[in-house]
Write a protein that binds this ligand. Sequence first.
Ligand SMILES: [Zn+2]
Length: 270
Amino acid sequence: MNFCGTLRKMKTNYCQDTGKVSYQLNLDNEAVCDLNNYIGKEVSISFEGKIFCTNCNKKIRKAYSDGLCYPCMTKLPQADMCILKPEKCHHHLGTCRDPQWGLDNCFQPHTLYLARSSSIKVGITRGEVPFGRWMDQGANEGMTVGIFPSRIEVGKAEYTISEKMSDRTNWRKMLTNDVTDVPFDEFIDMAKGLLDEDQRQHLVENPKSYKLTYPVQEFPTKVKSCNLTKMPYISKTLTGIKGQYLIFDNEVLNLRSHAGFEINFSTDNA
Ligand SMILES: [Zn+2]
């Protein structure tokens, strides 16, 4: 099998019955094959130096935030700093890069969630149960703890909580499966203590947790990150996938950070 195209982050699927995560290789925004089928098999990835902006498709030398060219990075509302720091939303000042996009995307219900990895992390996103986000982060368990009416409101809540709780995933620990077993309950109690009366009313009653298991033969004990700019040809046994990383024994490749890279993906036996 042989596929060619520009990389996007892998498409993910969560099975609610088994908790199993499955991945599809995403080239040019199309799912081209089920990657779980290739675990334990040798795969080859080659990169010939061409990168294309994931928004405007222009050929570029360097990609910014998830595969954008420099002009797109400075113009698109979804690449503005307030997306990463929603408490800094500036829509009310009339300076939103695209006020209508802001209304359609930011002034919509957002979820406050907890995700289990090396530590318990707090995060925000759209979607009531954000399986996609948890899979992208390689979380082993996730729980929706609140639903807020807008990105700025959930962002303020997250900002308050993140002073006492991590909002980052440690990717090395995520990939070696060095996962905390501290119960979520402690964090919910802590969050309740940090939020004000008005924010607390958006927390959900009896939140439900979901476990996620990833297609990994054996977790590495140490990981080394490779990138296609320095190593344009990889031909190795795929031993697992977690988060947006392909795992080849102790070497890992973050596909998300290669968005826009034109690659050739091949395997002998499928
Ligand atoms: Zn562009």
